[in-house]
Design a protein around this ligand. Structure first.
Ligand SMILES: *[C@@H]1O[C@H](CO)[C@@H](O)[C@H](O)[C@H]1NC(C)=O
Length: 217
């Protein structure tokens, strides 16, 4: 039995020892995406990115080696350290969606476990895959209709295409706010706003002088 086990143990130790593929550089851990080995003159030091950030092998030797998940490919090394959540943040660092599928317009930036909440521009939803605010119908985990408080009417297709009131595919806001209106694209609404002193005119399907729209002057 001993003779069988000894070579296996030696092999195990060799695999686990810190090795530098090159004298200087940073090298991804084969299993854990937020871990890497930093080699200086052939001397290896094991390092861990702050919780929420991941080792990005594409960053040069003099750049900061840890990045946000959207910028790092963890394929094959998906493990990470246990999250260090705080009362405000799921991880110490990162960008996170705030709210449920009906409340998509806010996100939080966490730094050292402290969360700072930001609003997307009106009518846009936070997309956690690229940390950008986008049309809600393009954001997977957003319920566009609930978020905007508007559902597009079933499309009446004429020879001119889908039509709304008066033949336009734009609609006044049901909340009575004269400056807001919705344009339906493929049956999904997007929110727009007319400029100062202007109001959505459903008879022409676009913004008009507020004095030209009944009840909006
Ligand atoms: C109001 O409507 C009239 C007639 O269509 C148009 O000439 C005028 O420019 C409109 N007012 C504004 C402020 O757009």
């Amino acid at each position: 039995m001993d003779r069988i086990w000894i070579p296996i143990i030696i092999g195990f130790i060799c695999v686990c020892a810190q090795q530098c593929p090159e004298r200087n550089g940073r090298f991804a851990d084969p299993r854990q995406c937020d871990k890497y080995v930093e080699c200086q003159e052939g001397e290896a030091t094991e390092k861990l990115c702050p919780d929420g950030l991941l080792f990005n092998p594409k960053v040069g030797l003099f750049g900061y080696p840890c990045g946000y998940p959207k910028d790092v490919d963890c394929t094959g090394r998906e493990a990470t350290q246990p999250p260090q959540a705080t009362s405000e943040c799921p991880h110490q660092f990162g960008y996170f969606k705030v709210g449920d599928a009906a409340n998509c317009g806010q996100f939080m930036n966490c730094a050292d476990g402290r969360g700072y909440v930001f609003d997307c521009p009106e009518g846009l939803a936070f997309d956690s895959t690229n940390y950008q605010c986008n049309w809600p119908d393009l954001v997977d985990d957003c319920n566009t209709e609930e978020f905007l408080g508007f559902s597009c009417p079933e499309e009446k297709v004429s020879s001119l295409g889908p039509v709304g009131f008066g033949g336009f595919n734009s609609f006044r806001s049901p909340d009575g706010d004269c400056t807001r209106f919705f344009i339906c694209e493929n049956g999904r609404p997007r929110l727009f706003r007319c400029g100062v002193g202007r109001a959505f005119n459903e008879f022409i399907g676009t913004c008009d002088g507020a004095e030209n729209v009944t009840g909006c002057a």
